[in-house]
Design a protein around this ligand. Structure first.
Ligand code: 5CA
Ligand code: ZN
Length: 415
């Protein structure tokens, strides 16, 4: 799948600190990347109603992680997917009378434009689910052969659907660490089918859905024609792009269970117990107290704001004003504040000289290394900008350039 043009990332003097992030599985703040190459998989969009502020906040957060990793001396390998065939996409296409392929294509293109505008560094490996179907089929066949999956007959089809047998994975449950009751509730709410007749256990997730009338289907080899279940797609795409284990699997907190629990379980069974080492989740962005979601329809779209002439850098700053792991509400006031901040910063770097930038660079680095504390990083730049605008400090030649490059390289804000 085509990505978007990468933004230029300016070089900075020195290097950043090792980056610590909150591991959702343990509640500990840990250094996730321990080798030179840092590997990251972030669950991509299901391409309808893209790109709302929740999506944007999630991808900006992991973009900041990638930037902090690079600054700390890592090479970064970043992989992502596009869920270009799935129930909600097909339902939306049917409801609006649009071909599901056209809907997926147009929304994926819009997402790419939005990401480029927000200066998000594109993935190095970017796969649609449709492209990954042969690899998924092979993986499901492997799980069946290993006794870690089973068939549930569907009407008229002996081959039926294929489900993972979670009892084959001794580590199941360790990603989210939830009680059984809550797992069942969340499974039912988030695409699972705990009540499906014929399964060995209620939580067992779908791996391969046998073709149904009116639904798109692909050659599934010994599985019969059909399409992939949701979690196995991300397990296979991440494995093939990054190898197992990889450092961080990320997404919004709505993906912790079941999606990341299940995709990690599948990965473990495909490769001798290895999945993602660390799971990192962004908080939910809401509007007027409700989670911003395609199903509720309470969306603020990046493309709509761009059409209205809002500077994408102001959108990015409005996001960075919140800690990635917190839930927060998108507000007009937050955007106004971000526009004012952007203007102040632009004014502050417009001269040749300014306050000594070294301490500010070090403090921005320290804030990001501390679990991507972007609000503190913004406060550091605010303080430097205030001093610069006051004109009271001894001017250091070239200081505004250092600050502009800091803000660009580490926060993705082009002044
Ligand atoms: N395609 C799947 C992942 S494989 C999916 O969840 N797609 S999505 O379009 O629904 O969401 C894309 C990403 O945005 C996911 O990481 C999701 O957790 C995140 N996301 C969705 N809504 C919000 C929100 N309101 N706030 C923050 N992040 C969100
Ligand atoms: Zn995913």
């Amino acid at each position: 799948m085509l990505t978007w043009p990468p933004p230029h990332v300016p070089a900075l003097p020195g290097t950043g600190d090792p980056v610590r992030v909150l591991d959702s599985s343990t509640g500990q703040v840990v250094v996730a990347a321990t080798r030179t190459e840092a590997t990251l998989y972030v669950c991509g969009i299901t391409p309808y109603d893209a790109t709302h502020m929740g999506h944007a906040a999630t991808y900006v957060a992991f973009d900041v992680l990638g930037r902090a990793w690079r600054d700390a001396g890592h090479t970064v390998r970043y992989a992502s997917n596009v869920t270009d065939v799935d129930d909600p996409l097909l339902e939306r296409a049917a409801a609006t009378g649009v071909d599901w392929r056209d809907l997926a294509q147009s929304q994926t293109a819009l997402y790419a434009e939005d990401m480029a505008a927000l200066a998000v560094i594109p993935p190095d490996a970017y796969s649609g689910v449709v492209e990954a179907i042969p690899a998924v089929v092979e993986a499901v066949e492997k799980l069946l052969a290993a006794g870690a999956a089973y068939r549930v007959p569907t009407e008229g089809h002996e081959l039926g659907d294929v489900y993972a047998d979670l009892s084959a994975d001794v580590s199941f449950g360790k990603v989210a660490g939830l009680e059984d009751d809550l797992m069942r509730t969340l499974s039912a709410e988030r695409g699972g089918d705990p009540g499906r007749h014929g399964k060995r256990a209620p939580l067992d997730p779908l791996l391969w859905r046998r073709a149904r009338d009116g639904e798109p289907a692909w050659d599934g080899g010994s599985l019969g024609a059909g399409r992939p279940g949701w979690h196995i797609e991300c397990a296979v795409i991440a494995r093939d792009a990054l190898g197992l284990p990889f450092d961080v699997e990320g997404g919004g907190s709505d993906l912790l269970f079941p999606h990341h629990e299940m995709s990690t379980s599948h990965a473990r069974l495909l490769d001798a117990g290895h999945g993602a080492r660390v799971h990192v989740h962004t908080g939910m962005v809401g509007l007027d107290g409700h989670k911003m979601s395609k199903s509720l329809g309470n969306l603020v779209l990046v493309s709509r704001l761009r059409e209205q002439g809002v500077d994408p850098m102001a959108i990015r700053l409005a996001i960075l004003a919140h800690r990635y792991r917190d839930d927060w509400d998108w507000t007009d006031a937050g955007l106004v504040e971000a526009r004012e901040r952007l203007e102040r910063w632009r004014d502050a770097v417009s001269g040749n000289g300014g306050p000594d930038p070294d301490a500010a660079l070090a403090a921005v680095r320290a804030a990001l290394a501390d679990d991507l504390d972007t609000p503190s990083a913004l406060a550091v730049v605010d303080a430097w900008a205030a001093l610069s605008l006051a004109g009271t400090a001894d001017p250091v030649e070239g200081a505004p350039g250092v600050i502009a490059r800091t803000v660009d390289a580490l926060l993705g804000i082009r002044l």
